[in-house]
Design a binder for this molecule. Structure first.
Ligand SMILES: [Zn+2]
Length: 265
């Protein structure tokens, strides 16, 4: 019988080929080798996030003081362990361990794509200090966001159980289903792999003396990205999006697969 690891591996290869067939801005595809690394990295990140969420769904019931049900659940006063409880730091450590090396590879992939696309070999790799620092910064942000969302989801699940008058077993089953959500893993992987790749590409642009960047979006881009297409701004400026956010580079929103072209005058 196939092991879980072998099955996950097979699923990952399948996901990588599906991801490769999706709508990516052409600049991602122009260098086939790094494009392959990008989709493989995204698939790996998806598996890692999904596996983390499976684990969290099994741990989550321990983060609720079930003896205190039912009572109104508020942000910091419900039966779910407080934001300051050490278990959340532990969760952050677990998620960091699950994704850091993958995100590091994706950042390096973006930088290596730059070398290939612009024909300037710099010797970027996962050992480069700028790559390591960028990956660690991104992962810290990602992990803190995911953990905050997980806590909110746990609280919301408990609220739903209280509102529905569920018994303990049903409430625990609901909680596990809410947390073990493969769509969330997919969304995390999708957005974060574009962010990591673009961070690497930006690093490449900076060290090779690029002066400006042009938004490179898909023809059928969404309302947020559409107006950005073709916009050129200085390399360290931010793109002002119609939703009020500003970004240094894509992704502009979850599932965004726009790219950037760097310009050297
Ligand atoms: Zn976009």
């Amino acid at each position: 019988m196939a092991t879980r690891a072998a099955l996950l591996d097979l699923r990952e290869q399948l996901r990588a080929s599906i991801l490769a067939s999706e709508d990516w801005q052409q600049s991602y595809r122009d260098d086939p080798k790094t494009f392959k690394a990008l989709v493989a990295g995204e698939a790996r990140l998806e598996t890692a996030a999904a596996e983390y969420l499976v684990g969290l769904s099994q741990r989550a019931p321990r983060y609720v003081d079930w003896s205190r049900l039912p009572r109104p659940v508020q942000a910091d006063a419900g039966p779910v362990l407080n934001n300051s409880d050490p278990v959340w730091k532990e969760e952050e450590k677990l998620l960091t361990a699950a994704v850091l090396s993958i995100v590091t590879e994706l950042v390096a992939t973006g930088a290596i794509a730059g070398e290939s696309l612009y024909g300037i070999p710099m010797g970027f790799s996962t050992l480069d200090e700028a790559v390591l620092v960028a990956a660690r910064t991104q992962v810290a942000q990602l992990v803190s966001n995911v953990t905050a969302t997980s806590r909110d989801l746990i609280r919301e699940s408990i609220q739903q159980s209280i509102a529905a008058g569920e018994d303990l077993a049903t409430a625990q089953a609901r909680l596990m289903t809410v947390i073990n959500n493969p769509v969330r893993a997919e969304l995390i992987a999708h957005t974060e792999s574009v962010n990591a790749y673009q961070t690497g590409l930006k690093n490449f642009g900076k060290v090779t003396g690029a002066v400006s960047k042009t938004w490179d979006g898909l023809a059928g881009a969404c309302k947020i990205c559409g107006p950005m297409i073709g916009k050129t701004i200085p390399i360290d400026d931010f793109f002002q999006l119609s939703n009020g956010n500003e970004v240094d580079h894509p992704s502009a929103h979850p599932r965004c697969r726009c790219g950037l072209i760097y310009n050297y005058e």
